[in-house]
Design a protein around this ligand. Structure first.
Ligand code: AMP
Length: 491
C-alpha cells in the first residue's frame, strides 16, 4: 500500500510527500482507512510507529472535505495528550501535515501563562491539542467551549491514566457532543483502557502494531552491576568510551536527575535535566538544545521523556532502573528509532536486582552482563575528587532542594543548578528569566505534571499517597502484573 491508495485530499498528499513519507507505516495502513470511513478507532501503538499521522491525516482529510466557519471559543477537533512535550509535538505534526489547508491549530498545556492561550482560543480553532488539566482550567474560565467537537483523540491513554488524569478525562468527555468520531491510542491494553474504550468509543475498529518488541529486538542491551555510589564514575566513563552521539540518561526521581547533571559537570560533561519540577521554558530549552545537538546528554525522568520523538539518540543509560518493568521498554524505545541501531546500558545496583528480574521477565530475555572497566577503582577515586573540587556539583542546601516541591513553575532564583555548563561558567539562573512561577504557570504545571509527580525522592509519576491505583495488569509481554510497583530495598 502507498499513500495514493488512501485517496487523501491533494493538499494533504502534497504535505506528506514533502515530509518524505512514501509508504504508510503499519499503524497508518491499519488505522487510516477505517478512520476515513468515519469509524471510531482503538489503536494499540506507541510513539515512533507513526501513530500521530495515523489519526491526524484522516482528521485533516475530514476537515478539508467539510470546511466550516470557526465559531468563537470552539474547536472542531480535540486531541488530549498526557505531557506538554507530547502535546506540542502532536500540534506540530497537525501544522506540518495541514500546511496547505487553511486551518488553525492551537496547543494548550500547563506551566506557562494562561492568557495567551485564552486569546488563541477566542476566535475558535479547527484543532486543539491539550493536556487535560490546562484544558479544564480554560473551560472553567469560559475561554473554551467543547460543545462543537466533532472528532476526539485520546493519545497515550495508558500514560494519562498512570498520571491520574482519569477524572479530568471524565469531566472533559462529559462536555463533548455525543455525536462525534473518537479515537483512542495506547501503548498497552490493560482492563482500565478497555473500560475507557467501552465508555468513550462506539463499535471501534481495533488496530494494533507491536513496536515494543521490534524496538527491543533492535536495541543492543546490556547491564553493568555497580554500587549506587559508584554509578556516576561509571556513567562518566561510559559517556567518553562508548561511541555516544547523543544519549538520554534515565533516573527515577527529579532530584536524582538534577544530581547527575551537577556531578557530570564536574567531569566537564554538559548535560541538561528534564523533569516535572522544571518550568516549561526550561524543559523546552533543554529539549531544543538536545535536538540541535548542542547538548548531547539529556538526564530525564520517565514522565518527561515518554513519547518524545528525537531520532538521533544513540544510547540510553538506565542510571536507575524503573520500578515498573514496562517503563524499561518505553525508555529504550527512545533509541533505535526510524531503523537506526541503538544501545541501551542499565546500571544496576544490588538493591535494584528485583527490578532487573522483572524487566528481564517482561522482555523475555536476559540482558548481557557487561564487566566494569578494568581501571574502575581509579575512576571512582577520580570522580570523588572531581566532585569534591567542583562547587557546582555539591548538593544544594536542603530547603533549596525542597523548594520546588509540587510547584512546577520555576521561581526566580530557585533550582538554579539544574543547568551547568562545561566551561566552568557554573549554574545558570534559570528561574530569573523564565517567569514560570506566576499563578497560572505554577498552578497549572502542578496539575499537568508536578502535582502528580510527587516530591523529591518519590519516583516521578508515582501516585500521591491515597490516590486510587490505576493498575495496568496484563499488558506488555506477560509475566508480572505490569501495574505493580516495587519499592527498592533501603530507599
Ligand atoms: P510518531 O509515532 O507519530 O511520533 O512518528 C514517529 C516518526 O515517524 C516521526 O518522526 C514521523 O515524522 C515519522 N513518520 C510518520 N509516518 C511516516 C511515514 N509514513 N514514513 C516515514 N516516516 C514517518
Amino acid at each position: 500500500m502507498n499513500f495514493s491508495d488512501l485517496a487523501l485530499a491533494e493538499p494533504l498528499s502534497r504535505a506528506i510527500a514533502e515530509k518524505g513519507y512514501d509508504t504508510p507505516t503499519p499503524i497508518q495502513q491499519a488505522a487510516i482507512p477505517p478512520a476515513l470511513a468515519g469509524n471510531d478507532v482503538l489503536g494499540l501503538a506507541q510513539t515512533g510507529t507513526g501513530k500521530t499521522a495515523a489519526f491526524a491525516l484522516p482528521i485533516l482529510n475530514r476537515l478539508a472535505a467539510n470546511p466550516k466557519h470557526r465559531l468563537k471559543l470552539t474547536t472542531r477537533v480535540l486531541v488530549l495528550a498526557p505531557t506538554r512535550e507530547l502535546a506540542a509535538q502532536i500540534a506540530a505534526s497537525f501544522t506540518a501535515y495541514g500546511r496547505y489547508l487553511k486551518l488553525s491549530v492551537a496547543c494548550v498545556f500547563g506551566g506557562v501563562p494562561i492568557g495567551r492561550q485564552e486569546r488563541a482560543l477566542f476566535p475558535g480553532v479547527d484543532v486543539l491539542v491539550a493536556t487535560p488539566g490546562r484544558l479544564l482550567d480554560l473551560v472553567m474560565k469560559g475561554a473554551c467551549d467543547l460543545g462543537h467537537v466533532e472528532m476526539l483523540v485520546l493519545d497515550e491513554c495508558d500514560q494519562m491514566l498512570d498520571l491520574g488524569f482519569v477524572h479530568d478525562l471524565k469531566r472533559i468527555t462529559g462536555l463533548l457532543p455525543k455525536q462525534r468520531q473518537s479515537m483512542l491510542f495506547s501503548a498497552t491494553l490493560p482492563p482500565s483502557i478497555e473500560e475507557m474504550a467501552q465508555r468513550y468509543l462506539k463499535s471501534p475498529v481495533k488496530v494494533a502494531v507491536q513496536p515494543a518488541s521490534t524496538t527491543v529486538e533492535r536495541v543492543v542491551q546490556s547491564v553493568i552491576h555497580v554500587s549506587q555510589t559508584e554509578k556516576l564514575a561509571l556513567l562518566a566513563n561510559l559517556l567518553v568510551t562508548e561511541d555516544v552521539v547523543s544519549t538520554i540518561v534515565f533516573t527515577r526521581t527529579k532530584h536524582g536527575a538534577d544530581r547527575v547533571v551537577r556531578q557530570l559537570s564536574a567531569h566537564k560533561i554538559v548535560a541538561e535535566a528534564i523533569h516535572g519540577n522544571r518550568s516549561q521554558a526550561q524543559r523546552t530549552r533543554a529539549l531544543s538544545g538536545f535536538r540541535t545537538g548542542e547538548v548531547k546528554v539529556l538526564v530525564a525522568t520517565d514522565i518527561a521523556a515518554r513519547g518524545l520523538d528525537i531520532p538521533a539518540v544513540s544510547h540510553i543509560f538506565n542510571y536507575e532502573l524503573p520500578n515498573v518493568p514496562e517503563q524499561y521498554v518505553h525508555r529504550i524505545g527512545r533509541t533505535a528509532r526510524a531503523g537506526r541501531e541503538g544501545r541501551a546500558i542499565a546500571l544496576c545496583a544490588p538493591d535494584e536486582r528485583p527490578f532487573l528480574k522483572d524487566i528481564e521477565r517482561n522482555i523475555r530475555m536476559q540482558l548481557d552482563v557487561q564487566a566494569l572497566p578494568p581501571n574502575f577503582r581509579d575512576l571512582v577515586g577520580l570522580t570523588a575528587k572531581l566532585i569534591k573540587a567542583s562547587p557546582s556539583a555539591a548538593e544544594p542546601p536542603r530547603e533549596e532542594r525542597d523548594s520546588g516541591r509540587g510547584r512546577g513553575g520555576a521561581r526566580p532564583g530557585r533550582d538554579p543548578r539544574a543547568v551547568v555548563h562545561a566551561d566552568g561558567r557554573g549554574p545558570r539562573r534559570e528561574g530569573a528569566r523564565d517567569g514560570g512561577g506566576g499563578r497560572d504557570g505554577g498552578r497549572d504545571a502542578a496539575r499537568d505534571g508536578a502535582r502528580r509527580e510527587g516530591g523529591f525522592g518519590r519516583p516521578e509519576g508515582a501516585r500521591p499517597q491515597g490516590a486510587r491505583p490505576q493498575g495496568r495488569p496484563g499488558g506488555g509481554f506477560g509475566g508480572q502484573r505490569s501495574g505493580q510497583r516495587r519499592s527498592p530495598a533501603g530507599r
